[in-house]
Design a protein around this ligand. Structure first.
Ligand SMILES: [Zn+2]
Length: 345
């Protein structure tokens, strides 16, 4: 290990010890100060440190005989720096083979857009002026969704809901109870995509697993199978009148209660239970409405994004950054593997 590498490794350790990873204001405290004009060099060093861009490059020119690493140089390019081979003068962009290499924009702009995605801001609020920029912002948003989906599918996998005496709510959109009192769902008949939604009320905010239903006549059988494979034994299931007969006798489940029975238990008949259900399903109902106009692929991606936000939303920026680093390393094995400063989860 040479001195430079030693210093780099040292800073990984100090950053990992840092509690910034759990800081909900990570973007404001750590990233934003680096986005001012004149600090492009510091920004690049930070990006190298966390692994968003490569910290070293070898000359990609096959005819070049040097074994030396490329040199980091100031340049008249958008990133203000690039890599230069001292032997053959070949240049490589600072963002080569990184998440940013697909986007023609400043690194700072890309980071701001990623932060906008993390805050679930509409694209019109983050894109900025001009059609080209808006288009880049849209592609960065799509990139974040792709990373989030990849991370959930490959790293988190299928998760289970509930557990002994934990209330799990099983419902279907549309047609179930979750959308009953929502004025925007008065056109239920226009909703062609049905979604099975399972909420674990032990999590704050409530953790929801959601899946598109295909509308085939085997649907009931599939619903039962999905509930069986995602709800832990011992859970108490609250479900709508339509699903109640299907789920009533599920083996291993503590108790199954219909929503109607639950509402009848309300003291003063104030529909408190129904109002609680509305709060629990609010973001899920929004997502289910939004996905109606999407292709099946995009609709599934949208449900994935909903789940990602429930799991990582409170520390969204450092989470997506860490996952982008892992995604890039996984999809781009040619890049020098970087030591991870991130806590494993
Ligand atoms: Zn070279």
């Amino acid at each position: 290990m040479d001195t430079d590498e030693f210093i780099a490794a040292d800073s990984f350790v100090s950053m990992a010890k840092d509690t910034t990873f759990n800081d909900p204001n990570f973007f404001e405290t750590t990233v934003e100060p680096l986005l001012v004009a004149g600090r492009e060099g510091d920004l690049c060093e930070w990006l190298k440190k966390i692994g968003l861009i490569a910290k070293e490059q070898k000359c990609p020119n096959n005819e070049c005989l040097t074994t030396d690493k490329m040199q980091w140089h100031r340049a008249r390019v958008v990133d203000k720096y690039n890599w230069v081979c001292l032997e053959c003068k070949k240049k490589v962009p600072a963002r080569h083979a990184s998440f940013f290499s697909d986007f023609k924009c400043e690194l700072g702009y890309a980071l701001k857009v990623i932060d906008g995605w993390c805050r679930n801001l509409p694209l019109s609020d983050v894109g900025g002026e001009g059609r080209t920029k808006a288009n880049v912002a849209k592609r960065i948003y799509n990139g974040c969704v792709q990373v989030a989906e990849w991370y959930l599918k490959t790293k988190v996998g299928e998760f289970k809901l509930g557990g002994t005496d934990i209330v799990v709510i099983v419902d279907v959109f549309p047609g179930g109870n979750m959308s009953l009192n929502t004025p925007t769902t008065s056109h239920n008949n226009n909703f062609s995509k049905r979604v099975l939604c399972i909420a674990d009320t032990a999590h704050v905010p409530v953790r929801v697993w959601a899946h598109l239903l295909e509308g085939s006549n085997k649907e009931n059988y599939k619903i039962v199978e999905m509930v069986k494979s995602h709800v832990m034994p011992g859970s108490t299931i609250v479900t709508n009148e339509m699903l109640y007969p299907l789920l009533r006798n599920l083996p291993g489940i503590g108790e199954v209660i219909s929503t109607e029975a639950l509402i009848n238990l309300d003291i003063n008949h104030d529909q408190k239970s129904l109002k609680n259900l509305e709060t629990i399903w609010a973001t899920t109902v929004d997502a289910c409405i939004q996905l109606q106009d999407m292709s099946t692929t995009h609709a599934e991606q949208h449900l994935c994004e909903l789940q990602w936000r429930q799991m990582y939303g409170f520390i969204a920026f450092p989470s997506i950054i860490q996952q982008i680093v892992e995604y890039t390393a996984h999809h781009n094995p040619l890049r020098t593997p970087l030591p991870s400063i991130w806590p494993s989860n």
